[in-house]
Design a protein around this ligand. Structure first.
Ligand SMILES: [Ca+2]
Length: 405
Protein backbone atom coordinates (compact mmCIF):
# COMPACT_ATOMS: atom_id res chain seq x y z
CA UNK A 1 0.00 0.00 0.00
CA UNK A 2 1.49 3.31 -1.00
CA UNK A 3 2.02 6.12 1.49
CA UNK A 4 -0.60 8.15 -0.34
CA UNK A 5 -3.21 5.39 0.02
CA UNK A 6 -2.32 4.95 3.70
CA UNK A 7 -2.78 8.69 4.20
CA UNK A 8 -6.16 8.66 2.48
CA UNK A 9 -7.32 5.75 4.62
CA UNK A 10 -6.19 7.53 7.78
CA UNK A 11 -7.87 10.73 6.62
CA UNK A 12 -11.15 8.97 5.84
CA UNK A 13 -11.11 7.15 9.17
CA UNK A 14 -10.43 10.45 10.91
CA UNK A 15 -13.18 12.27 9.06
CA UNK A 16 -15.60 9.45 9.75
CA UNK A 17 -15.09 10.08 13.48
CA UNK A 18 -15.93 13.76 13.31
CA UNK A 19 -19.47 14.38 14.45
CA UNK A 20 -21.44 16.33 11.86
CA UNK A 21 -23.57 18.95 13.55
CA UNK A 22 -25.07 22.13 12.10
CA UNK A 23 -23.18 25.34 12.72
CA UNK A 24 -24.09 26.72 16.14
CA UNK A 25 -24.30 30.38 17.13
CA UNK A 26 -24.67 31.68 20.65
CA UNK A 27 -27.50 34.13 21.23
CA UNK A 28 -25.26 36.74 22.77
CA UNK A 29 -21.63 37.62 22.16
CA UNK A 30 -19.49 35.54 24.52
CA UNK A 31 -15.77 35.79 25.23
CA UNK A 32 -13.46 32.85 24.68
CA UNK A 33 -9.90 32.80 25.99
CA UNK A 34 -7.52 31.46 23.35
CA UNK A 35 -3.92 30.35 23.85
CA UNK A 36 -1.53 29.33 21.08
CA UNK A 37 1.63 27.25 21.32
CA UNK A 38 3.84 26.09 18.44
CA UNK A 39 6.15 23.44 19.83
CA UNK A 40 9.61 23.05 18.31
CA UNK A 41 9.99 20.08 15.98
CA UNK A 42 13.60 19.27 16.78
CA UNK A 43 15.10 21.91 19.02
CA UNK A 44 14.55 25.46 20.20
CA UNK A 45 11.80 27.14 22.15
CA UNK A 46 8.04 27.07 21.78
CA UNK A 47 6.53 30.14 20.11
CA UNK A 48 3.13 31.62 19.49
CA UNK A 49 1.26 30.98 16.23
CA UNK A 50 1.52 33.19 13.13
CA UNK A 51 -1.07 35.92 12.63
CA UNK A 52 -2.69 34.24 9.61
CA UNK A 53 -3.73 31.30 11.76
CA UNK A 54 -4.99 33.53 14.56
CA UNK A 55 -7.11 35.48 12.10
CA UNK A 56 -8.62 32.30 10.65
CA UNK A 57 -9.40 31.00 14.14
CA UNK A 58 -10.95 34.33 15.13
CA UNK A 59 -13.21 34.25 12.07
CA UNK A 60 -14.39 30.72 12.87
CA UNK A 61 -15.16 31.72 16.46
CA UNK A 62 -16.86 34.99 15.50
CA UNK A 63 -19.20 33.03 13.21
CA UNK A 64 -20.37 31.34 16.40
CA UNK A 65 -20.62 34.62 18.30
CA UNK A 66 -17.51 33.90 20.33
CA UNK A 67 -15.13 36.83 20.75
CA UNK A 68 -11.43 36.03 21.09
CA UNK A 69 -9.53 37.13 24.18
CA UNK A 70 -6.02 36.02 23.30
CA UNK A 71 -3.78 35.03 26.17
CA UNK A 72 -0.33 36.63 25.96
CA UNK A 73 2.28 34.01 25.12
CA UNK A 74 3.93 34.66 28.49
CA UNK A 75 0.95 32.93 30.12
CA UNK A 76 1.89 29.66 28.41
CA UNK A 77 5.63 30.10 28.24
CA UNK A 78 7.49 27.32 30.03
CA UNK A 79 4.44 25.04 30.17
CA UNK A 80 5.31 21.89 28.27
CA UNK A 81 2.21 19.69 28.45
CA UNK A 82 -1.44 20.15 27.64
CA UNK A 83 -2.74 19.85 31.19
CA UNK A 84 -0.48 22.54 32.62
CA UNK A 85 -1.20 24.79 29.66
CA UNK A 86 -4.93 24.42 30.23
CA UNK A 87 -4.41 25.19 33.90
CA UNK A 88 -2.35 28.27 33.04
CA UNK A 89 -5.10 29.65 30.81
CA UNK A 90 -7.71 29.00 33.47
CA UNK A 91 -5.56 30.66 36.11
CA UNK A 92 -5.15 33.69 33.88
CA UNK A 93 -8.91 34.13 33.38
CA UNK A 94 -10.69 31.98 36.03
CA UNK A 95 -14.16 33.19 35.03
CA UNK A 96 -13.84 32.72 31.28
CA UNK A 97 -16.94 30.92 29.95
CA UNK A 98 -14.91 29.26 27.19
CA UNK A 99 -11.23 28.43 26.90
CA UNK A 100 -9.45 27.19 23.77
CA UNK A 101 -5.92 25.85 23.63
CA UNK A 102 -4.33 25.47 20.17
CA UNK A 103 -1.15 23.37 20.16
CA UNK A 104 0.86 22.89 16.98
CA UNK A 105 3.93 20.96 15.94
CA UNK A 106 5.06 21.01 12.31
CA UNK A 107 7.38 18.58 10.60
CA UNK A 108 8.71 18.06 7.12
CA UNK A 109 7.31 14.93 5.46
CA UNK A 110 8.76 14.51 1.98
CA UNK A 111 10.02 16.15 -1.17
CA UNK A 112 8.25 15.17 -4.37
CA UNK A 113 8.40 16.60 -7.87
CA UNK A 114 10.22 19.69 -6.65
CA UNK A 115 7.62 20.53 -4.03
CA UNK A 116 7.70 20.08 -0.29
CA UNK A 117 5.13 18.33 1.81
CA UNK A 118 4.80 19.29 5.45
CA UNK A 119 2.45 18.08 8.12
CA UNK A 120 0.90 20.39 10.68
CA UNK A 121 0.20 18.37 13.81
CA UNK A 122 -2.65 20.05 15.65
CA UNK A 123 -4.34 19.53 19.00
CA UNK A 124 -7.40 21.61 19.85
CA UNK A 125 -8.79 21.57 23.38
CA UNK A 126 -11.85 23.64 24.19
CA UNK A 127 -13.61 23.74 27.53
CA UNK A 128 -16.88 25.26 28.63
CA UNK A 129 -17.27 26.85 32.05
CA UNK A 130 -14.14 25.08 33.20
CA UNK A 131 -15.88 21.71 32.94
CA UNK A 132 -17.23 20.12 29.77
CA UNK A 133 -14.39 19.65 27.34
CA UNK A 134 -13.94 18.60 23.74
CA UNK A 135 -10.67 17.75 22.05
CA UNK A 136 -9.55 17.05 18.52
CA UNK A 137 -6.05 16.06 17.40
CA UNK A 138 -5.08 15.59 13.77
CA UNK A 139 -2.41 16.09 11.12
CA UNK A 140 -2.98 18.52 8.26
CA UNK A 141 -0.83 17.90 5.17
CA UNK A 142 0.22 20.94 3.16
CA UNK A 143 2.33 21.30 0.02
CA UNK A 144 4.78 24.18 -0.19
CA UNK A 145 6.40 25.34 -3.41
CA UNK A 146 9.74 26.69 -2.23
CA UNK A 147 12.52 25.29 -0.10
CA UNK A 148 12.82 28.49 1.94
CA UNK A 149 9.25 28.04 3.18
CA UNK A 150 9.30 26.24 6.48
CA UNK A 151 7.23 25.65 9.62
CA UNK A 152 5.40 28.96 9.82
CA UNK A 153 4.59 28.94 6.12
CA UNK A 154 3.15 25.44 6.62
CA UNK A 155 0.95 26.69 9.47
CA UNK A 156 -0.26 29.59 7.32
CA UNK A 157 -1.13 27.17 4.52
CA UNK A 158 -3.07 24.98 6.95
CA UNK A 159 -4.94 27.86 8.61
CA UNK A 160 -8.19 27.54 6.70
CA UNK A 161 -8.51 23.78 7.17
CA UNK A 162 -7.55 24.06 10.82
CA UNK A 163 -10.19 26.74 11.43
CA UNK A 164 -12.76 24.55 9.72
CA UNK A 165 -11.96 21.63 12.03
CA UNK A 166 -12.10 23.96 15.00
CA UNK A 167 -15.55 25.14 13.92
CA UNK A 168 -16.81 21.56 13.88
CA UNK A 169 -15.37 20.93 17.32
CA UNK A 170 -16.96 24.06 18.77
CA UNK A 171 -20.30 23.20 17.18
CA UNK A 172 -20.16 19.82 18.87
CA UNK A 173 -19.65 21.56 22.19
CA UNK A 174 -22.36 24.16 21.65
CA UNK A 175 -25.03 21.96 20.14
CA UNK A 176 -27.96 21.63 22.57
CA UNK A 177 -27.86 17.82 22.36
CA UNK A 178 -24.47 17.95 24.05
CA UNK A 179 -26.30 18.67 27.28
CA UNK A 180 -27.85 15.46 28.69
CA UNK A 181 -31.05 17.21 29.76
CA UNK A 182 -31.65 18.47 26.24
CA UNK A 183 -30.46 15.41 24.37
CA UNK A 184 -32.12 15.02 20.99
CA UNK A 185 -32.31 11.36 19.98
CA UNK A 186 -32.84 12.35 16.35
CA UNK A 187 -29.77 14.52 16.11
CA UNK A 188 -27.59 13.44 13.15
CA UNK A 189 -24.64 12.92 15.43
CA UNK A 190 -23.73 14.02 18.88
CA UNK A 191 -21.38 13.64 21.78
CA UNK A 192 -21.99 11.07 24.43
CA UNK A 193 -21.24 12.30 27.90
CA UNK A 194 -19.30 9.73 29.86
CA UNK A 195 -18.36 11.71 32.91
CA UNK A 196 -18.28 15.34 33.93
CA UNK A 197 -15.77 17.15 31.81
CA UNK A 198 -15.22 14.34 29.35
CA UNK A 199 -16.85 14.12 25.97
CA UNK A 200 -16.10 11.61 23.28
CA UNK A 201 -17.38 11.52 19.70
CA UNK A 202 -20.01 8.90 19.04
CA UNK A 203 -20.36 7.59 15.53
CA UNK A 204 -23.79 7.80 13.97
CA UNK A 205 -25.13 4.38 13.04
CA UNK A 206 -26.31 3.94 9.43
CA UNK A 207 -30.07 3.37 9.51
CA UNK A 208 -30.48 1.00 6.60
CA UNK A 209 -27.37 -1.06 6.81
CA UNK A 210 -28.34 -4.74 6.46
CA UNK A 211 -26.90 -7.11 9.02
CA UNK A 212 -25.88 -10.40 7.44
CA UNK A 213 -26.66 -13.42 9.59
CA UNK A 214 -23.34 -15.01 8.81
CA UNK A 215 -20.40 -12.67 8.94
CA UNK A 216 -18.13 -13.36 5.95
CA UNK A 217 -14.84 -14.75 7.15
CA UNK A 218 -11.70 -13.16 5.77
CA UNK A 219 -9.77 -15.44 3.52
CA UNK A 220 -6.54 -15.30 1.60
CA UNK A 221 -4.75 -12.34 3.16
CA UNK A 222 -3.79 -12.65 6.76
CA UNK A 223 -4.75 -10.06 9.32
CA UNK A 224 -2.48 -7.12 10.08
CA UNK A 225 0.29 -7.84 12.55
CA UNK A 226 -0.75 -7.70 16.19
CA UNK A 227 2.66 -7.66 17.78
CA UNK A 228 6.02 -7.06 16.13
CA UNK A 229 9.25 -8.13 17.80
CA UNK A 230 12.36 -6.33 16.61
CA UNK A 231 15.44 -8.54 16.64
CA UNK A 232 18.88 -6.98 16.66
CA UNK A 233 20.35 -10.12 15.15
CA UNK A 234 23.88 -9.72 16.52
CA UNK A 235 22.54 -9.26 20.07
CA UNK A 236 19.72 -11.82 20.20
CA UNK A 237 21.12 -15.35 20.30
CA UNK A 238 24.35 -16.99 19.19
CA UNK A 239 23.59 -20.24 17.40
CA UNK A 240 26.90 -20.71 15.58
CA UNK A 241 30.26 -20.06 17.23
CA UNK A 242 32.04 -20.69 13.94
CA UNK A 243 30.95 -17.34 12.49
CA UNK A 244 31.80 -15.25 15.58
CA UNK A 245 35.09 -13.89 14.24
CA UNK A 246 36.41 -11.25 16.65
CA UNK A 247 33.11 -10.98 18.53
CA UNK A 248 33.58 -9.60 22.05
CA UNK A 249 30.49 -9.46 24.30
CA UNK A 250 32.43 -7.30 26.77
CA UNK A 251 32.74 -4.46 24.23
CA UNK A 252 29.46 -2.58 23.59
CA UNK A 253 30.70 -1.47 20.15
CA UNK A 254 31.88 -4.92 19.02
CA UNK A 255 29.88 -7.72 17.42
CA UNK A 256 28.61 -10.10 20.09
CA UNK A 257 28.10 -13.20 17.97
CA UNK A 258 24.34 -13.40 17.54
CA UNK A 259 23.12 -14.87 14.27
CA UNK A 260 20.16 -16.20 12.29
CA UNK A 261 20.74 -19.74 13.59
CA UNK A 262 20.42 -18.44 17.14
CA UNK A 263 17.15 -16.73 16.26
CA UNK A 264 15.87 -19.95 14.67
CA UNK A 265 16.42 -21.76 17.97
CA UNK A 266 14.27 -19.23 19.86
CA UNK A 267 11.16 -19.18 17.69
CA UNK A 268 9.19 -21.26 20.22
CA UNK A 269 9.91 -18.62 22.83
CA UNK A 270 8.82 -15.80 20.54
CA UNK A 271 5.64 -17.63 19.62
CA UNK A 272 4.77 -18.32 23.26
CA UNK A 273 5.38 -14.63 23.93
CA UNK A 274 2.55 -13.87 21.49
CA UNK A 275 4.76 -12.43 18.77
CA UNK A 276 3.06 -12.34 15.39
CA UNK A 277 5.78 -10.74 13.28
CA UNK A 278 9.57 -10.77 13.53
CA UNK A 279 11.44 -7.73 12.24
CA UNK A 280 15.14 -8.29 11.63
CA UNK A 281 17.85 -5.67 11.82
CA UNK A 282 19.59 -5.49 8.40
CA UNK A 283 21.25 -8.81 7.55
CA UNK A 284 23.02 -7.81 4.32
CA UNK A 285 26.68 -7.41 3.48
CA UNK A 286 27.81 -4.71 5.89
CA UNK A 287 30.75 -2.91 7.36
CA UNK A 288 32.10 -5.22 10.09
CA UNK A 289 34.70 -2.97 11.69
CA UNK A 290 34.24 0.06 13.90
CA UNK A 291 34.01 3.55 12.42
CA UNK A 292 35.68 6.19 14.56
CA UNK A 293 35.13 3.95 17.56
CA UNK A 294 31.46 3.28 16.87
CA UNK A 295 30.28 -0.28 16.29
CA UNK A 296 28.78 -1.57 13.06
CA UNK A 297 27.00 -4.59 14.57
CA UNK A 298 23.55 -3.04 14.00
CA UNK A 299 23.75 -3.67 10.25
CA UNK A 300 22.58 -0.24 9.11
CA UNK A 301 25.99 0.46 7.55
CA UNK A 302 25.30 -1.74 4.56
CA UNK A 303 27.83 -2.38 1.84
CA UNK A 304 25.76 -4.72 -0.32
CA UNK A 305 22.06 -5.37 -0.66
CA UNK A 306 22.09 -8.80 -2.30
CA UNK A 307 24.14 -10.90 0.09
CA UNK A 308 23.72 -12.08 3.68
CA UNK A 309 26.45 -11.00 6.09
CA UNK A 310 28.45 -14.18 6.91
CA UNK A 311 28.70 -13.19 10.58
CA UNK A 312 24.93 -13.53 10.77
CA UNK A 313 24.53 -16.63 8.61
CA UNK A 314 23.78 -17.33 4.99
CA UNK A 315 20.91 -17.17 2.57
CA UNK A 316 19.92 -20.80 3.19
CA UNK A 317 19.52 -20.06 6.91
CA UNK A 318 17.52 -16.93 6.14
CA UNK A 319 15.23 -18.98 3.92
CA UNK A 320 14.92 -21.61 6.65
CA UNK A 321 13.97 -18.88 9.11
CA UNK A 322 11.38 -17.54 6.68
CA UNK A 323 9.90 -21.00 6.09
CA UNK A 324 9.78 -21.77 9.81
CA UNK A 325 8.07 -18.49 10.63
CA UNK A 326 5.50 -18.95 7.89
CA UNK A 327 4.86 -22.52 9.07
CA UNK A 328 3.92 -21.01 12.42
CA UNK A 329 1.70 -18.45 10.66
CA UNK A 330 4.11 -15.74 11.71
CA UNK A 331 5.53 -13.03 9.46
CA UNK A 332 9.04 -11.89 8.64
CA UNK A 333 9.99 -8.26 8.03
CA UNK A 334 13.36 -7.59 6.40
CA UNK A 335 14.89 -4.18 6.99
CA UNK A 336 16.42 -3.00 3.71
CA UNK A 337 18.48 0.17 4.02
CA UNK A 338 17.61 2.32 1.01
CA UNK A 339 18.59 5.85 2.04
CA UNK A 340 22.33 5.39 2.35
CA UNK A 341 25.21 2.94 2.52
CA UNK A 342 27.76 2.47 5.25
CA UNK A 343 30.86 4.66 5.63
CA UNK A 344 33.47 3.83 2.98
CA UNK A 345 31.16 1.37 1.24
CA UNK A 346 32.85 0.06 -1.93
CA UNK A 347 29.76 1.09 -3.89
CA UNK A 348 30.62 4.78 -3.36
CA UNK A 349 33.93 4.37 -5.22
CA UNK A 350 32.48 2.03 -7.82
CA UNK A 351 29.45 4.24 -8.59
CA UNK A 352 30.29 7.79 -7.48
CA UNK A 353 27.43 9.24 -9.55
CA UNK A 354 24.94 7.29 -7.47
CA UNK A 355 25.48 9.48 -4.42
CA UNK A 356 24.78 13.11 -3.61
CA UNK A 357 28.15 14.09 -2.08
CA UNK A 358 26.62 17.19 -0.48
CA UNK A 359 28.21 16.75 2.92
CA UNK A 360 26.45 16.14 6.19
CA UNK A 361 23.07 17.56 7.24
CA UNK A 362 23.57 20.65 9.40
CA UNK A 363 19.99 21.95 9.48
CA UNK A 364 17.42 19.27 10.32
CA UNK A 365 14.63 21.75 9.55
CA UNK A 366 15.77 22.09 5.93
CA UNK A 367 13.85 19.69 3.67
CA UNK A 368 16.47 19.95 0.91
CA UNK A 369 19.22 18.88 3.28
CA UNK A 370 17.04 16.11 4.68
CA UNK A 371 16.59 14.56 1.26
CA UNK A 372 19.91 15.23 -0.48
CA UNK A 373 22.58 15.52 2.23
CA UNK A 374 24.28 12.81 4.28
CA UNK A 375 22.59 11.71 7.52
CA UNK A 376 25.34 11.48 10.13
CA UNK A 377 27.98 11.25 7.39
CA UNK A 378 26.44 8.23 5.64
CA UNK A 379 26.74 8.44 1.81
CA UNK A 380 23.29 9.43 0.56
CA UNK A 381 21.78 7.59 -2.42
CA UNK A 382 20.75 9.87 -5.32
CA UNK A 383 17.42 8.08 -5.54
CA UNK A 384 16.14 10.55 -8.14
CA UNK A 385 18.52 8.95 -10.68
CA UNK A 386 16.70 6.19 -12.59
CA UNK A 387 19.62 3.74 -12.36
CA UNK A 388 19.77 4.17 -8.56
CA UNK A 389 16.04 3.78 -8.21
CA UNK A 390 16.19 0.62 -10.34
CA UNK A 391 19.09 -0.76 -8.28
CA UNK A 392 17.18 -0.28 -5.02
CA UNK A 393 13.91 -1.57 -6.43
CA UNK A 394 15.61 -4.64 -7.90
CA UNK A 395 17.24 -5.35 -4.53
CA UNK A 396 13.85 -5.14 -2.81
CA UNK A 397 12.19 -7.40 -5.35
CA UNK A 398 15.01 -9.89 -5.13
CA UNK A 399 14.26 -10.71 -1.49
CA UNK A 400 10.52 -10.79 -2.08
CA UNK A 401 10.97 -13.05 -5.10
CA UNK A 402 13.21 -15.39 -3.16
CA UNK A 403 10.41 -15.78 -0.66
CA UNK A 404 12.41 -14.68 2.33
CA UNK A 405 10.15 -11.80 3.27
CA1 LIG B 1 27.60 -16.55 15.89
Amino acid sequence: MSARVVWLVVLLLTLSCIPKVPRQRLESATPIVVGYVVDPTYSGDATTAPDALKEAVARALEERNLGVVEAPFEVLKGQRITDTRKAALKAWQPDAPYVLLVELRVHFFSQLDGRYRWEVGTALTVSKNGGVEARDAFELPVILQYDHEKQRAAINAASSDLASRLGGLIDGLLVPSAAPAAADPNAPASFQQLSPGQLVPQKAKPKDEPKPKDEPKPSGRRASPRSIYFVMVDRFANGDRANDGDADPRDPHAFHGGDLKGLLSRLDWLQELGVDTVWLSPVYGMRTTKWHGYGSFHGYWTWELDTVEPRLGDEATLRQLSDELHRRDMKLVLDLVLNHVGPDAPLVSAKPDWFHHNGGITDWNDPVQLTTFDAHGLPDFATERPEVSKFLTDASRRWLREGTA
